[in-house]
Design a protein around this ligand. Structure first.
Ligand SMILES: NC(=O)c1ccc[n+]([C@@H]2O[C@H](COP(=O)([O-])OP(=O)(O)OC[C@H]3O[C@@H](n4cnc5c(N)ncnc54)[C@H](OP(=O)(O)O)[C@@H]3O)[C@@H](O)[C@H]2O)c1
Length: 336
């Protein structure tokens, strides 16, 4: 490392004291992590808040084996130490990173391959809002879903952190974007981000809207975080050879559907969860993002949509905000 930075033995973190409501999130002192082989220690400046953190707080989404029990799947900050074998980063480098947990803290250790440079001109709070949704959207919409320029994507939950990223990336890479959201205000925000058509799912049937926009052909790729009765409706909305990628099941994990439609249309229905993927897979996704998406961030062709920022100690307020469901885009914790 180029410089030596004093690192305290103990740090402030926000922990889940027991499964429950937002108030179970409490500040406490924890041991500062030490970077292992290939890992960097980041002095966290900001941490992103994601729906999986809420699920973890409720006791519905356990950290994968070996991961921190602290919530927090993404951070930005400065590199302050490095473990053996780290080659890319030096003390003082400003990075954003995907973590398998532990982001709601003053320090976090991550594998160096899961960190990326903060795009030029981005603040720490903006940078902390990038990793979780960009890794998830890149992998699911483009790598699994195979979305191509000129195709049509149906993105459910368009105003979510994930949705706002998916709309921008799909649009920037030349796809037609149809999205769903639960209010006129959210739909308007989605159109401003590049959606060609935003469907208020409380008032309108997205299957009909997709048929209208695509002259009856259907959507080539569907990114779905709802599941439940959306599964059957997605099969209706999909084009021949369509790809449906499940990233959550907020409307129900069990569904009944007509598989004949899947066969006749030759659909592919797949899905994934990012958090338990290996360091290596996440490193490969990071490299693909740096090559394909970092140039778009550098010129702000795409950028995280910032909803609200709360101090780390008030993480419970950030969770309340997320559970109220009024947010558009990303909620972030200021750790500095
Ligand atoms: N698989 C993965 O690797 C992965 C990674 C990260 C996140 N996720 C998942 O992706 C989803 C979005 O995450 P986020 O952090 O961006 O959360 P978020 O901002 O809180 O967004 C949640 C979204 O879900 C929509 N929604 C919830 N229930 C719905 C329902 N029954 N019908 C239609 N829409 C519904 C909401 O839409 P309205 O407000 O318009 O109703 C909202 O836009 C979460 O479910 C999260 O668990 C998956």
């Amino acid at each position: 490392m180029a410089e030596t930075v004093e690192i305290p033995d103990r740090m402030m973190a926000v922990a889940i004291t027991e499964p429950g409501g937002p108030r179970v999130l409490r500040a406490e002192r924890r041991q500062t992590p030490k970077p292992g082989t290939g890992e960097i220690l980041i002095r966290v400046k900001a941490a992103g808040v994601n729906r999986p953190d809420v699920q973890q707080r409720k006791g519905l989404y356990a950290p994968p084996p070996g991961a921190s029990d602290l919530p927090g799947l993404e951070v930005s900050g400065e590199v302050v130490a490095a473990g053996e074998g780290v080659s890319r980063w030096r003390s003082g480098d400003q990075v954003c990173a995907l973590t398998a947990g532990g982001g709601y803290a003053e320090y976090v250790a991550v594998h160096e391959s899961n960190a990326l440079p903060i795009p030029p001109g981005f603040t720490f709070t903006e940078a902390a809002a990038i990793p979780e949704t960009y890794f998830t959207v890149w992998h699911n919409l483009f790598q699994r879903g195979g979305l191509q320029k000129g195709e049509t994507a149906l993105i459910h939950g368009g105003s979510s952190g994930i949705g706002t990223t998916a709309i921008q990336l799909a649009s920037a890479l030349g796809a037609t974007v149809i999205t769903t959201a639960g209010s006129a205000e959210k739909c308007a925000a989605c159109v401003r981000l590049g959606a060609d058509r935003a469907v208020n799912y409380r008032e309108e049937d997205f299957v009909e809207a997709v048929k209208q926009v695509t002259d009856g052909k259907g959507a080539n790729v569907i990114l779905d975080m709802v599941g439940g009765d959306y599964v059957a409706r997605n099969y209706h909305a999909a084009a021949i050879e369509g790809r449906i990628v499940q990233i959550a099941t907020q409307g129900g994990a069990v569904a009944s559907t007509d598989f004949a439609r899947l066969m006749v249309k030759r659909l592919v229905h797949t899905g994934s969860t990012m958090r338990p993927r290996t360091i290596q897979v996440k490193g490969e996704i990071a490299a693909a993002l740096e090559a394909n998406v970092w140039p778009l961030l550098a010129v702000r062709r795409v950028a995280p949509v910032m909803d609200m920022i709360f101090p780390l100690k008030e993480a419970w307020r950030a969770h309340e905000r997320m559970e109220e469901g009024e947010h558009i885009g990303k909620i972030v914790l200021d750790v500095a």
